[in-house]
Design a protein around this ligand. Sequence first.
Ligand code: AHR
Length: 502
Amino acid sequence: MAKLYINESKKRGHINPEIYGHFAEHLGRCIYEGLYVGEKSEVPNENGIRKDVVEALKEMQVPVLRWPGGCFADEYHWKDGIGPKESRKKMVNTHWGGVTEDNSFGTHEYFELCKQLGCKTYVNGNLGSGSIQEMSEWVEYMTFDGISPMADLRKANGHEEAWKLDYFGVGNENWGCGGNMTPEYYANEYRRYQTYVRQYHDDAPVKKICCGANSADYEWTEKVLKTCFAFPHNNSGFMDGLSLHYYTVPGEEWSHKGSATDFSEKEWYKTLYKANRIEDLIKRHGTIMDTFDPEKKIGMMIDEWGCWFDVEPGTNPGFLYQQNTMRDALVAGLSLNIFNKHCDRVKMACIAQMVNVLQSVVLTEGVKMLLTPTYYVFHMYKHHQDGELLESFLENNGLAGEEKEYQVPVLSESVSEGKDGKITVTLSNLSLTQEEQVEISFSELKPGTVEAVILKGKMNDFNSFDEPEKVKEEVFADYKISERGLNLTVPACSVISLRISR
Ligand code: AHR
């Protein structure tokens, strides 16, 4: 039997809601079809934005949405996406399938989407192929509400008031698709570009995000911070966040990443093993960040993460459309527990991507929409948002998986206390075969009522348009309240969320 000890009197940090963030790029059917269908569409919409998708996302609680990319961001010229739609420039989306981008979804539509979702805004600027003037003018267009050329242009385009821009990314993956830069070169460019991201509201400054590393590129973190943070006489910070991108790819070659639905038990464990690596990356990049920023003023923004598999057979390879099984759910459950546990440094994480691309929470097909297993995990974990992480410790947690190389801990957990005083415990069982008895003990608390839900299934169960509710969140009742905790049975291949009142 595993034991989960919870010390409810020890708060270990604040769980920024943005850890449960999302990412939507002009890629495949994410923006167009997935989120935005246009006002004349047969799909019910409000100002061109799908009502069904927004309703589902609101229920799941989206804290922040990153846009417009991704690689797309560094070739996006924002002025192409404003003004009357019929005269907006059409361009080729060279990164993603070479399709025509008609720019009908631009700045105004993005802020409308965030308004409908009730989420914070995170716009990623173009450092790779855009000018400083262009970036600076975009920020002016979005956030300045006095008299200026860009504020006047916004008003002429129908939006009198400035928007609230919460985060601004100065380039994306500039070590790769964003310009193939060296860390030294990017760092100098970053210093220059970020200077002109002007702050027009002292009470609501735009938080600047610097492009961080890919996976285990520690040299990037070190060199970028050396130039951008610890500059002599100015360590007050050119940045509020440093990004980190990490994708879970089971295959060894980019051309054979593995199928999203047709995989073996061995691939199950290999995928979870690789997903679990994010903890090591957080620790090691975090240690470098600590040397410059011991007070942890700069957030680690894991603004792209998730599973990346081969596209669904017969779909455009440039559209990155993949199905989503219980394996994705366990990757999400594990990753979100890890982010919670490192909430002292991790201030944002955006799963890639929101709809119809990579590890999505929603898939659409014409007027139809379905919720993926990953959606339910975000839904079940939403009570952690804005909570206080509580000290917790798992004893007697075994290892799952036959191949030594890819073994993973059977259980993953995190615990938080919400503003309403309720305690949320999220537990995942990564084993495919072993159900686990778990004894939860608080240091003093005697649980009152418990609300519990579970997501379970076979490893490659997924929701399809023929069977959209094969995997879904259900009420969980296999627990007993004890004097100072709970006893429960956690089925193999499952994610559980418990809400415990005092
Ligand atoms: O999410 C898909 C792509 O992955 C993004 O555009 C890019 O930033 C990353 O390489």
